[in-house]
Design a protein around this ligand. Structure first.
Ligand code: PMP
Length: 356
């Protein structure tokens, strides 16, 4: 459906397809990498105790209480953090800040499919570099040189990567950032489930930015909050680009409370990681090719004789949503989010039935 008033490139594009959020029917959602555990009780208290009469006023434009909590928890100066309405909003801001019409934006392939959509909206070219067949990162220096030649001004490195779940060596990210001439965004949406992260690269290299979200490890996908870490000059520029009041008042308070409850956060991450380990073993025992994951999902290829797309449909009929990508090369894999132990128990009971 096109309108003559709309930019030609917007008419021509398809847009991002988010994972399904079913209405009504009782299903177990293992399709959008949400956290199976509730947010911290401190979040519930922050929302309950919020002085609702304050909603008549605009919120602090710079999300002050949240930035303050971030400086405390991450040990970074306030001038190096910016809050966004989910990391998706931060990604939009980054594209608008770093890449002009006709410039290129780069990323690895496969990766988070929103990047290419954001490039299309901005009128940018999209330059993608294939990962190795085992989803590992190719030679970092070569990738950076190719990205320079392609005219990339911005390059997304997703670590842990989605939908593959693996982490690239930090050394590869560092080397890439040393050779690449534009801004490098390390999208760390899933970093809290990994054994290390790239946050300290922001101190080392002036072209590195790191993104975090509250949607996964903090169980707050519905609240829409993310953080961007970068050098002061970059954060200063991003403040000019963001909406004046991009994070709502309640979200600022609730996200700050979530950050400060470090014990609850660590406990939830540990539970997800423990369930991830048992889920990998069980999938492998059923004949799936399931690489180890550093995130809260697995990217598994069904046993010989089974087809991912068919399994997707059968699982759906049994009440379990998982994610399948209609993308050549990865179209015989399912991305399965880690649920609670009880959800995974029920999932395996259904899966075994589907495999028969
Ligand atoms: N980056 C990656 C790699 C993701 O998978 C997601 C979740 N779809 C996001 C960013 C966006 O997260 P948020 O909910 O913070 O917008």
């Amino acid at each position: 459906m096109n309108s003559p008033f709309v930019l030609a490139r917007i008419n021509a594009m398809t847009g991002y397809t988010p994972g399904e959020q079913p209405k009504g029917q009782p299903v177990t959602k293992l399709n959008t990498n949400e956290n199976p555990y509730p947010p911290s009780p401190a979040v519930v208290a922050a929302i309950r105790d919020f002085p609702f009469s304050d909603l008549r006023k605009y919120p602090p434009p710079g999300s002050d209480c949240l930035i303050q909590a971030a400086t405390q928890v991450y040990g970074v100066p306030a001038g190096r953090v910016l809050a966004g309405n989910g990391s998706d909003e931060l990604l939009t801001m980054l594209v608008r800040t770093f890449a002009g019409e006709g410039d290129a934006i780069g990323a690895m392939d496969p990766t988070y499919s929103l990047y290419t959509v954001l490039a299309e909206i901005q009128g940018c070219r999209y330059f993608s570099v294939p990962l190795r067949p085992d989803f590992s990162f190719p030679d970092a220096e070569t990738v950076a040189e190719q990205a320079n030649e392609a005219g990339c001004k911005l390059f997304f490195i997703t670590r842990p990567n989605a939908p593959t779940g693996n982490c690239y060596p930090i050394e590869s990210v560092r080397r890439f950032a040393q050779v690449f001439q534009g801004a490098v965004v390390v999208d760390e949406a899933y970093a809290d489930f990994a054994s290390d992260n790239c946050l300290s690269l922001v101190d080392e290299l002036e072209n590195v930015l790191v993104l975090r979200t509250f949607s996964k490890s903090y169980s707050l996908a519905g609240l829409r909050v993310g953080l961007c870490f970068a050098r002061e000059a970059i954060i200063h520029a991003l403040h000019k680009v963001r909406d004046s009041y991009n994070v709502d008042f309640i979200a600022q308070r609730a996200a700050a409370a979530a950050l400060l409850d470090t014990a609850y956060h660590a406990e939830c991450c540990a539970k997800v990681k423990a369930t991830r380990a048992t889920t990998v073993s069980r999938l492998r025992a059923l004949g799936f090719d399931c690489p180890m994951s550093e995130s809260n999902f697995l990217f598994a290829r069904p046993p010989a004789g089974q087809v991912a797309r068919d399994l997707l449909g059968k699982l759906r009929q049994s009440g379990f949503l998982v994610r399948w990508f209609d993308i050549p090369g990865i179209d015989n894999r399912l991305r399965i989010s880690i649920g609670s132990d009880a959800e995974m128990e029920a999932f395996f009971a259904a899966l075994e039935g589907c495999l028969k």
